[in-house]
Design a protein around this ligand. Structure first.
Ligand code: PLP
Length: 609
């Protein structure tokens, strides 16, 4: 049975039982059943399923690992975490994050004015809000309003000008000055696709000279007591732990130096995000080289070591790892609409009454191929094919014979592969790749997996059913956008094999896993395909409930979103129909009703299967 690397990427969140992917929690419902239930309400197109229990699992794991490391290392500071809103700001994702994170006092991180407002509106009482990113006077003022509303907020300055603005606002208003953090510009560089977040050329952070200047400014403005945090971030999806250790040494020493310079209320080190997620589903290409246990132990151990050496109290630790918290909570399920067979189907054979002898032999091989002769017959067929191509080039057989030969050889390869499998034999693997099938999937890669398009970030993909049957087709996936970039091509280093299915008789659904971080927020309406349908699944001991069903925007809503006026569009379409000389009055009324129905549906495909 092909497990599609479920044991590599899924962290035991999913399990295969009776040929279906089930959620490995309490009553273990089948993803297929959930999807079928939603589709029975006439909802069509891709479906994003959210699992709040998986958000909780990740938050819990983060706190448990850090708190264990704190105990093991006799560490005196506390552990705190905030969720960076940019990773997923959608209401039902954020609901899951704040409700599941409440018992941990899980906070929020904001990087823009809109995110800050969202954080102020949605934060659990008392939990931390950290604010990163470039800030103007208005954003700084929002920080003062938050602090005056009794939020536990820290404005992290990315440059000296932001500190000057904070001082200006403090002088102009009677509002409460928020806590201040300093983002430091480390010379340590991270690892992985997002490594440029660290290093001296990084977009954000203060150099050591600027940090010294900041301390002077804070002291002069009499608000050095507001400096509570230093912050760094060496990049998302960190592939290697070594650069983090280097960054921690650098940041830890800066922290200790600042304490010695009189920053009495400086009590927190915020280590940013970076904890990686396994997107890989093949043995040989793991995405990162550490566990969350190693990550947390390294942070706690190193900070303790540095502070003890400099005789400084252990700081509280903050993390902003959002990818780790939410990537696994969302699974996108999309139906396959069509198979674009590259090979030729047997029904297309157009045999003559008298065929060339080698074609006759292929007919026989195709009929008689069985377990005991499959490899031998396969080799014979490949040999005959070469000879038939030569005969065609020399003009001894015609195009019809050649087409018949191609169909027969393809079928023989397919049957042999089905009988023999292909693992472990280079020859059969190559033949398998030659029989590649294109699966048209009812989704937009640009909308639902933009990091695949932009960064070639893989997402684990597998059928959510039929897993008791052998997948024999080397598969490329096509999305339904009119763009050739909307394809996940077959890669023989990380091959995807899918089932040979007849879509006239049965449906076939693919699940794309770990899509809960960044993909929704970065997704774009290329070709005007809107966000997928979504819903939240809560699972208990007996069953599950589906809630928060949000249907994909319908066509008119998508156009309105772009700034078009629905009325203008509808009036124009209506007047064109009623002015037409081609159809009767009754037909006009019926046509208008039909048109309105289409406009009220989402733009994903509905009827090709
Ligand atoms: N904090 C900051 C400052 C970031 O820039 C980012 C993302 O790059 C994060 C946190 C989130 O990190 P991650 O994607 O590892 O969760």
């Amino acid at each position: 049975m092909d497990k599609y690397g479920l044991d590599i990427f899924s962290n035991d969140n999913f399990i295969i039982i009776d040929g279906e992917v089930k959620i490995n929690y309490k009553s273990k419902p089948s993803i297929l059943n959930i999807v079928q239930e939603i589709r029975s309400q006439e909802i069509r197109g891709p479906m994003l399923l959210r699992f709040p229990h998986l958000v909780k699992k990740q938050i819990k794991s983060l706190y448990r690992n850090f708190n264990n490391a704190i105990v093991e290392n006799n560490y005196n500071g506390s552990f705190n975490a905030v969720f960076p809103l940019k990773v997923n700001q959608f209401p039902h994702a954020l609901d899951a994050i704040t409700s599941q994170g409440k018992e941990f006092n899980y906070g929020l991180e904001a990087g823009s004015k809109a995110e800050l407002i969202l954080a102020m509106a949605k934060i659990n009482k008392g939990a931390a809000i950290t604010v990163n990113g470039f800030k103007d006077k208005e954003m700084v003022s929002l920080g003062f309003i938050a602090a005056s509303s009794q939020h536990n907020i820290t404005l992290t300055i990315e440059g000296l000008n932001e500190l000057e603005t904070i001082i200006e606002v403090a002088n102009e208003s009677n509002l409460v000055v928020p806590n201040i953090g300093i983002r430091i510009r480390l010379h340590s560089v991270g690892s992985g696709s997002w490594a440029k977040s660290g290093g001296m050329d990084a977009k954000f952070g203060l150099t050591s000279t600027e940090i010294l200047e900041a301390i002077t400014l804070l002291r002069e403005a009499n608000i050095l007591n507001k400096l509570t945090m230093i912050h760094f971030h060496i990049g998302s999806q960190m592939s290697d732990i070594a650069p983090l250790k280097k960054a921690l040494r650098e940041a830890g020493n800066i922290y200790a130096e600042l304490k010695k310079m009189g920053a009495k209320n400086l009590k927190n080190i915020n280590i940013g995000g970076g904890l990686a997620v396994e997107y890989n589903q093949h043995e040989h290409c793991a995405n990162y080289n550490y566990s969350v246990k190693e990550f947390s132990s390294s942070v706690v151990f190193l900070l303790a070591e540095i502070m003890d050496a400099k005789m400084v109290e252990h700081p509280n630790i903050y993390t902003e790892s959002g990818r780790y918290a939410v990537a696994s909570h969302a699974v996108l399920v999309a139906p396959v609409l069509e198979l674009f067979s590259q090979d030729y189907q047997e029904r297309l054979l157009n045999l003559k009454d008298i065929n060339p002898p080698l074609v006759e032999e292929l007919i026989e091989l195709n009929q008689l191929l069985s377990k005991k002769n499959s490899i031998e017959y396969l080799h014979d067929a490949l040999d005959h094919q070469e000879s038939l191509f030569t005969l065609f080039d020399l003009g001894y057989i015609d195009l019809q014979d050649r087409s018949n030969a191609e169909i027969l050889v393809h079928n023989i390869i397919k049957k042999a592969l089905y009988i023999e499998g292909f693992e472990g034999s280079r020859e059969l693997e190559l033949l398998q790749a030659r029989l590649q099938e294109r699966y048209l999937v009812n989704l937009s890669i640009f909308q639902s997996m933009p990091d695949y398009w932009g960064l070639e970030q893989n997402f684990p993909v597998m059928p959510i059913h039929m897993l008791d049957k052998k997948p024999i087709r080397a598969a490329s996936l096509w999305d339904i956008t009119c763009d050739s970039d909307g394809e996940i091509g077959f890669n023989s280093d990380k091959p995807l094999y899918l089932h040979d299915i007849n879509l006239d008789e049965e449906e076939y659904f693919l699940g794309f896993f770990n899509v809960g971080a960044y993909q929704e927020t970065l997704g774009m309406n290329h070709n005007l395909f809107s966000r997928p349908n979504e819903c939240t699944i809560n699972i208990d001991e007996k069953s599950y409930t589906i809630s928060n069903v949000v249907e994909s925007d319908n066509i008119i809503e998508v156009l309105e979103d772009l700034g078009y006026k629905a009325d203008e569009i509808l009036n124009k379409l209506e007047s064109d129909i009623f002015q037409s000389d081609f159809i009767t009055k009754q037909e006009k009324t019926d046509t208008l009703a039909e048109l309105k129905m289409y406009l009220s549906q989402n733009g994903y495909l509905r009827t090709t299967y």
